[in-house]
Design a protein around this ligand. Structure first.
Ligand code: HEC
Ligand code: HEC
Length: 460
């Protein structure tokens, strides 16, 4: 049944316009979220970052904030409430082509480095940077981008954006932190905006380390038998081998050693998503890393995708081996960040895990006519790993993981959600910002994340 539904979803082309969860402007809702956050622990610069992050007046037209696509109640994901796996911008017909990733646990992301990760066999891999293709080196660089991206906040340039902030309710606070004359130089002011947002993103709010997993690592809580089995399957190379890329150090009492990503780039060979409006054009293919144009080559106040690199500069050496590769995301808070993967293909966590186990044993479950890697031109298929677990299987072999083992891994992934309450503890203050926020009753309730639980259908 499930396989039929997935296939039907893939082959039917969506009539325009794609559905949204709801269509009410966000600004009042977003402001109520910002008000709900305990700001006492934040420095003035971080508070400014918070105000900017939640300000729905900074888009063109107004109504869209960073928090619209990065909703704190969903670990800073949410795609502006679309149901198609990718985000909707400030204009009602402008959709992006990628799923908005979580902004949690990004603070220690290394800069992009073409050969920065050395694997056990000596192979060198690209690592680091922000975005699915690593085109921004730092959170500061990243933060200058969405304001000017036409399918996101759509401002024409830095002066337009800065004028909005200078007229806004926290303009005084901005001057206090960055100097009385800050609004006079839009490029400098844009740097200040980016620095404020990045400072906010580096606070404990975004990396609280308060999941059950963290308490277990610190010796304050214990896994159930199923969670413990899931952790083993997750780490053992001959089973899930997930930890090869989604780093975990279960022997360390320091949860910071377990960020569930090594920031490396890999090609998973995901199915093409028919839900993405731009995919109606067969010529459009998101090749990920090999199309990366570094943000540093963009003019201030212009998004990188539109930036022409200065004459004589090649953005990235022509590198076919980088095509189809995307950044490994953290799996912290994964149960509340649906949909999954760069193209938002999976609505359910269990499906994302089952894909690893059955991509190569039962390709017909995921690809029309069972033709693998239908979102990647054939000349790049060799970039997809088919030799290491969990991918080393062939059609009609037994999958690397049984149904029960997939359930065990999903049960373990449930322990990665922040805001765990220790049994018997009475918390006077919420442990995370996500907890601090009570979903508003009106005007704009966000949809509950798609149900995906260990109890979801027990089939591949
Ligand atoms: C219209 C929806 C939308 C808005 C508004 C938006 N983002 Fe994003 N964000 C995305 C998407 C989609 C991506 C992934 C894009 C890519 O990889 O090319 C992303 C990626 C990011 C990343 C990179 C995360 C990582 O894993 O490297 C950061 C950081 C981020 N956004 C912060 C912000 C900030 C700060 C703002 C406000 C200034 C903002 N976003 C506004 C949709 C949005
Ligand atoms: C070879 C490296 C590698 C291995 C092994 C691996 N992953 Fe991943 N994982 C990735 C990459 C890369 C992505 C993002 C791919 C994309 O979107 O194109 C990803 C994405 C995911 C996502 C979606 C995350 C999100 O926020 O959208 C989940 C869930 C996931 N992996 C779980 C697992 C599990 C469970 C295992 C073990 C069965 C596993 N992974 C093994 C590299 C790996």
């Amino acid at each position: 049944m499930l396989a039929v539904a997935v296939l039907a979803g893939m082959v039917s082309f969506m009539p325009a316009p794609p559905p949204r969860a709801q269509d009410i402007p966000h600004d009042r809702f977003i402001n109520s979220l910002a008000d709900a956050i305990d700001q006492t622990a934040l420095t003035p610069r971080e508070q400014l970052g918070l105000r900017l992050f939640f300000d729905a007046n900074l888009s063109e037209p107004a109504g869209l904030a960073c928090a619209s696509c990065h909703d704190p109640r969903r670990a800073f994901t949410g795609n502006n409430n679309t149901l198609i796996g990718v985000a909707l911008g400030s204009r009602s017909d402008q959709f992006g082509t990628r799923d908005a990733p979580t902004l949690m646990y990004l603070a220690t992301t290394p800069r992009f480095n073409r050969n920065g990760l050395v694997e056990k066999d000596g192979k060198r891999l690209p690592v680091g940077g922000h975005f699915w293709d690593g085109r921004a080196d730092t959170l500061e660089e990243q933060a200058t981008q969405p304001f000017f991206n036409p399918v996101e906040m759509n401002n024409a340039d830095a002066p337009v954006l800065i004028a909005k902030i200078a007229k806004g309710s926290y303009a005084g606070a901005f001057r206090k932190v960055w100097g009385e004359a800050i609004f006079e130089n839009p490029d400098k002011a844009l740097d200040a905006v980016a620095a404020s947002i990045a400072a906010f993103e580096r606070t404990r709010v975004f990396q609280p380390f308060t999941s059950k997993f963290d308490y277990v690592m610190r010796g304050q809580a214990a896994f159930t038998e199923q969670e413990q089995r899931g952790l083993s399957l997750f780490t053992i190379r001959q089973k899930g081998n997930c930890a090869q890329c989604h780093t975990v150090d279960a022997a360390s009492r320091d949860p910071q050693k377990s960020l569930f990503t090594d920031f490396s780039y890999r090609a998973l060979g995901l199915p093409r998503s028919a839900r993405i409006p731009k995919n109606a054009d067969p010529a459009f293919i998101d090749l990920g890393l090999c199309e990366r144009v570094p943000v540093s080559l963009a003019k201030p106040g212009k998004p990188a995708p539109d930036a022409k690199p200065p004459a004589g500069v090649t953005p990235l050496p022509e590198d076919p081996a980088a095509c189809g590769l995307f950044k490994t995301p953290t799996l912290r808070n994964i149960t509340i960040t649906a949909p999954y993967m760069h193209n938002g293909f999976f609505d359910h966590l269990r499906d994302a895990v089952a894909f690893y186990a059955t991509r190569d044993t039962d390709p017909a479950r995921w690809f029309p006519d069972g033709k693998k890697f239908n979102d990647l031109p054939a000349r790049y298929h060799a970039n997809v790993d088919v030799d290491t677990p969990p991918y080393q299987r062939r059609p009609n072999q037994r999958p690397q993981l049984t149904n029960e083992e997939i359930d065990d891994i999903v049960a373990f992934l449930y322990t990665l959600t922040d805001g765990y309450t220790l049994p018997g503890s009475k918390r006077s203050k919420p442990a995370t910002m996500t907890d601090a926020i009570t979903p508003p009753r009106s005007p704009n309730p966000s949809p509950s994340p798609p149900a995906s639980s260990p109890a979801s259908p027990r089939e591949y």
